[in-house]
Every structure is written in C-alpha cells, then in structure tokens.
Design a protein around this ligand. Structure first.
Ligand code: ADP
Length: 589
C-alpha cells in the first residue's frame, strides 16, 4: 500500500512540475490527444453521413454535403498538423529541460548535507536523477505514453463490446488473450527496471573507469607506469558484469513474452473456431462472422500497441521516480538564529564525529578553544583527524555529539549561510578551475571580482606577481583543457591561498596549504599570510611543523583527539607527541 502511495505521489509530482515548467507541453499533448481521438471517431460517422447525403443531392442537401466534405478534409488533415505542433512543443521542452528540471536538481543539491555526498547511494541517486531528466525527459514521455495507453485501452474495451455483442462465448477468449500477455510485459518491465536500478553503483563505476581513459592525469600515469592493460581488464570485467545481468533479464523477458504470444494466438484461434461453430449453427450471420474476424484482428493489433505503450509508460515512470527519489536525500539542517560574528572565541567541547559507514570515530572527544585573533596551527600525523576537525569546526560536517560554539552561539542553531560568509577555507583538494587566473582567485568573493587592487594585494602576498605578468595578467586562461596555461602544483597552491585571502572573512582556514612548495617559498608565503591577516583568526593545518614557531597556539592531534596544545617552546619542553614529531622532522633539515 505504501509502495502504491509512493508511486502515485511521484506521478502527482511529475504532473505538478510539468504544469509549472512546461504547461504548453502538458496541455498541448492533452488537447491534441483528445482532438485526435474525437476526429478518429468522427471520420466514419462523417463518411456514413456523406453517403446518405450523396443519395439525394438534388433535394437541397448540396450545402450540407459541401460542409461535411470540408469537415472530412479537416479530420484527415488534422492528425498531421497535431503531430507537427507536438514536435514543435517537444523541441521547446527539450530546450527548457535544463533550466527547469536541471535547476531544480542543482538548487536542491546546494542544500544537501555535505557529508551525505560521502554516501555512494546518494551519488547513485544523483546519477540516476540526472539521466532521468537529461536523457529521457521522463515526465514528458510518461505523460505521452499515458495518453497513448488510454487511447489503446479505449479501443480494446470498445472492441470487447463489439465482440461481446455478437456472442458472449467470444468474450473469455478475447479477455484471456489480453490479460496474461499484458501482465507478462508489465512484470518483465518491473524486473528490468529493478535490475537496472540495482546496477546504479556498477554503472557509476563504469563511467568512472571510462573517464580514466580519457582524462589527462590518469592517462599520463597509466602510460608511464604501463598499467593500461590492468585498467582495461577492470573496465571490461565491469562492463561484462553489467551487460550479462541485463542479458539474463532480457532472455527471461523473451521467454515469458513468447509464452504470452502463444497464449494470445491460441485464444485468437479458439475464438475463430467458436465464431465458425456459431456461424454453422446459424447463431452468427456471414456478415457478423466477417465483422468478428475484423474485430479479432483489431484487438490483436491494439493489444500489441497497448503492450508497447504500457511498457514505455512504466519505463518513463521509473525514470520519473528516480528523478524524484533524489529529492529525498538528507538536506542540511538549518538553525533558526542569524549568525552573530564571534567576538571572543570558538570552542569545541567533547566533539565526536564518524564518517557515514565508518567503523571508528575520526574525532574522538575533541576539546579546544580558539580565541579571536589567534593564529592556531594544528599538527599531527596523517589520519589523526586534522582535516575532519576543520570541517566540524566550520559546520561543514555536523558533529555526531558534543558542542561547537561561536562565543555562546551553538553552531547547530545558526543559519549556515551567515556563518559561511564569515569563513574562508582553502581545502587540500581545492579546485583548479579552467577559468582565468583572476577569476580563479576572485571566485571566493565574486561580488568584488572587479577589485583589481585587492587582487594585486593577495597576488603579492603569495609571491605570484611575476608569474601573473609572465602568463599575460589576471585575464590569462588557466588549464590546458580549453587551451590555457597550465601551472605547476606549487603555483596552483599559491592561487588557492590567494583565493582564500581574497575573501573578506574573520576566520580563515588553510588545510595543508604549502605541501607542494619548497621550504623557502613556504616560509615566505606563510609569514606574508600571517602579516596580511593581522586581526583575523586563522587555523593552519599542517603535518610539517616548520610554521609552528609563528603560531600563537599549536594543537597536536593524535587518533582523533587533541592531545596537546601550547606554544612551540612549551610543547617542545613538555617532551610529548609534538616534541617527537619535531625531532623526527628536524632530522631531515
Ligand atoms: P588528517 O587530516 O589528519 O590526515 P583526516 O581528518 O583526513 O586526517 O582523517 C581522519 C580519519 O578519518 C582517517 O582515519 C580517515 O581514514 C578517515 N576519513 C577521512 N575522510 C573520510 C571519508 N570521506 N570517509 C570515511 N573516512 C574518512
């Protein structure tokens, strides 16, 4: 019952969105279908009327005869006009689908809980929903097939009546020929779409593997390391698995369909035999017998059509469900209070966080205070929880338990957009946009994208004025994909830091910002950075301890816990984890 309600709910949503996004398409299809059906029925009536009038044209019927001839021409010509109009409206639908269904999806994606994107099933749902509207324009097709189904059902039902009016003995054969055949097709389609849905993860993996063959970085690595054969094997195996599963489904569908066709044809033969017997017994006139044969043929043809339309309708309906299923993903829980810029401190108390599907806490009871204006460096070995801490600190991922407060305002109570406006984050995996150099930096505060002085200031802080001049200024296109300039890893890191600095925020977080830079450049950039953000609060995450001398406070993470905090001198003297890491790294210099 719940399943049926869900199916119907999706249907309702699809019609509501069609009315909102493409009313022309919705009403155009409905009106043209009704018009076609009426004209189809009207045509034989008109012909009969014309025959009647033709018998007595002299008797003043000429005017009526002419009018009916015009109507008949309209009847014959209209379907072609309707089809043309529908094609034009369909084109309009194709053109609008991105701005309607696409934007609805991307608006919603903007509200998704970011940690939900760690879940494969959410990514599968994203892919299915995207394919549903972009490749199938599912709602529009579903509606078209629904109308075709209704038309075919009406023809089948009226044919039943015609057959039944000759003799009730003919009805069981007609019904038996129809129902199992239809049921088999519906069942096969259900099985087919269920299998296809179940393959979403495998298909996403196929797309991923395929992309490795045609994306620059993996192709380079594959060639130089010589493992293209290995990747091809993986891709072929994944492909074979997906194709084989679908083949099994189709083979089973063909077997069942063959049984359905056999039954349908047996019923046809049985009905012909019954009709012959009835005629021999004198219960059917010869003309009625001929009409029966015609009706059986009509039923067979319309049944095949109905079955095709029903299957296509169900296919589209499944796509529609995939589209609307996406909107069931968890969205970010928004607090009710406006964010109040913090004046004293950010505090974390007993914070735990575990990634979806993870088997241990990435943060295991973290207590920490960051005072306003403080420059904090978080150090620790790989996997100790530094990056996760920065995500929970900024509310990107909500803590599973414990409190994160900006002064006395709990992060769970705030409207996130206000908070995000006051924070600037340079993540480890920052994006290399194939935009101009200037856009790559100013994208963090795009309302100020014309602020050339601000741009020059941050470019100077990260030591990239020379680079900027060398490649043709801020307007130079970056990235080879569209024929621009490619930067080195270190140069891209400078761009990312400049992006973080350009944004006017009171808290700035740099996650491993200088890992690709040589130590001298690192030192220069980070000291410039600290100079430029005087008065702001900063958190620098690093597994290198070189920068720690300049920090107001160092926090050491180990196994998801903040195990030590204090100044460089204090922690060195304490002889704990920090002193150990410092000692280890000092050996290298
Ligand atoms: P660090 O920044 O100190 O290197 P992270 O905060 O990135 O460490 O990771 C802490 C722990 O969380 C690690 O054990 C890591 O395996 C796990 N982890 C990190 N990202 C994810 C993720 N997206 N899904 C599941 N586990 C993750």
């Amino acid at each position: 019952m719940k399943g049926i309600r869900k199916h119907l709910a999706c249907f309702g949503l699809a019609i509501r969105d069609m009315q909102k996004f493409m009313p022309f398409l919705l009403w155009g299809k409905l009106i043209s279908s009704i018009a076609e059906a009426v004209l189809q029925v009207w045509q034989p009536v008109l012909i009969a009327e014309l025959f009647r009038l033709a018998a007595d044209l002299e008797g003043g019927n000429l005017l009526l005869f002419k009018r009916d001839i015009v109507f008949l021409c309209i009847c014959i010509g209209s379907p072609a006009v309707c089809t043309m109009l529908l094609r034009a409206v369909g084109l309009y639908g194709e053109g609008k689908k991105e701005t309607c269904y696409g934007w609805k999806m991307y608006d919603f994606a903007g509200k998704l809980r970011l940690e939900a994107l760690e879940k494969p099933e959410v990514l599968d749902s994203f892919r299915n929903a995207d394919a549903a509207y972009s490749q199938h324009l599912a709602a529009s097709r579903m509606f078209s097939y629904l109308l075709m189904d209704v038309r075919s059902v009406l023809v089948c039902v009226s044919t039943f009546f015609v057959v039944g009016s000759f003799s009730l003995w003919l009805l069981p054969g007609a019904v038996l020929g129809v129902l199992p055949y239809l049921a088999i097709d519906i069942f096969s389609e259900k099985h087919r779409s269920g299998t296809y849905r179940g393959q979403a993860g495998k298909r996403r993996r196929l797309v991923y593997l395929w992309k490795l063959f045609c994306t620059k970085e993996p192709v380079k690595e594959m060639r130089t390391m010589g493992f293209s054969g290995f990747l091809k094997e993986k891709w072929v195996a994944a492909n074979v698995e997906v194709v084989r599963e679908m083949e099994e489904v189709e083979l089973r569908a063909i077997r069942w369909s063959a049984a359905g066709i056999l039954l349908k044809n047996l019923c046809y033969v049985a009905n012909v035999a019954i009709a012959v017997i009835l005629m021999v017994r004198g219960e059917l006139a010869v003309g009625q017998f001929a009409a029966c044969l015609t009706a059986f043929g009509l039923l067979q043809d319309n049944l095949s059509l109905l079955s095709t339309f029903v299957v296509s309708f169900l296919q589209s309906w499944h796509h529609v469900e995939e589209y609307y299923d996406f909107f069931r993903a968890e969205t970010e829980e928004e607090g009710q209070e406006d964010y109040r810029p913090f004046r004293r401190e950010i505090t974390l108390r007993g914070v735990h966080f575990r990634y979806p599907g993870g088997d241990r806490d990435a943060l295991d009871g973290v207590d920490l205070t960051i005072r306003k204006g403080e420059h904090v460096v978080i150090v620790g070995v790989n996997g100790s929880g530094k990056t996760t801490l920065s995500k929970v600190l900024t509310g990107t991922y909500p803590a599973c338990s414990g409190d994160v407060c900006y002064d006395d305002q709990n992060i769970t109570k705030m409207k996130k957009n206000g908070l995000y406006r006051d924070i600037s984050i340079v993540p480890q995996d920052f994006v290399h946009y194939n935009f101009s150099l200037g856009e790559n930096i100013t994208v963090s505060d795009f309302g100020r994208r014309e602020d050339q002085a601000g741009l020059a200031k941050v470019a100077e802080a990260v030591g990239m004025q020379e680079l900027m001049r060398g490649i043709g200024g801020p307007k130079a296109q970056l990235g080879r994909e569209f024929g621009g300039v490619e930067l080195s890893g270190g140069e891209w890191q400078k761009v990312a830091i400049a992006r973080g600095l350009f944004r006017d925020s009171s808290l700035i977080i740099l996650d491993e910002p200088t890992s690709a830079l040589d130590p001298l450049v690192e030192y220069e950039i980070l000291t410039n950075f600290l100079r430029l953000i005087q008065g702001k609060t900063s958190v620098i995450i690093s597994h290198r301890v070189g920068i720690c001398r300049h920090a107001d406070k160092i926090v050491v993470m180990k196994d998801g816990k903040a195990v030590e905090w204090g100044s460089h001198e204090e922690l060195k003297k304490a002889g704990g984890e920090y002193a150990r890491i410092w000692g280890e790294q000092a050996k290298w210099y």
